[in-house]
Design a protein. Sequence first.
Length: 187
Amino acid sequence: MADLTSTTQYGRRAAVFGLAATGIYLVMINITLEHLQLLSGLRPFDMRPGGYSSEKAYALLDALGGDGRQYYLTRQIPLDLIYPAFMALTLVSFLKWLASQGVNRVLTQIGAWLSVGAALADYLENAGICTLILNWPAPQAGLVYAASAASIAKAVLTTLAVLTTTIGLTIWLYRRIRDWLKRSLHG
């Protein structure tokens, strides 16, 4: 009975965290990041999974102007301090649910670590963006490189975490369909 309770709790947690993460993501994509892009005419740092050069970072910071840089710090960054945790909690909870359903524990543990790593990289990216903005107009090239590397790491780790979760879900679905077909053919 305790296993069933924990299984149900993992599923509920994944749903609640997933709804919160989705809500925050939609606000960022449709409001804060959209506003920053309209204001500057350039893609914000958060929307550059391949990273950025010093020249591109300086161009964005300059195009944002003082009000845009302040908006980044006071609107986008606070949302992006909440989102990575909810995203990681969603994936980790869902992976725990998959593990409780018999999906390979090594796969689900790897997915959980990738999810936590993606959140940590996102926080490093946010710290880098804040530091770039606060040091404007004299951000250091090394700082741009570090923030860009965090952006790339976030994108890679997030992709791997979601891919691992998708593989786990595919395994679970395959087993469910296979078992259903066996019952249908033999019953």
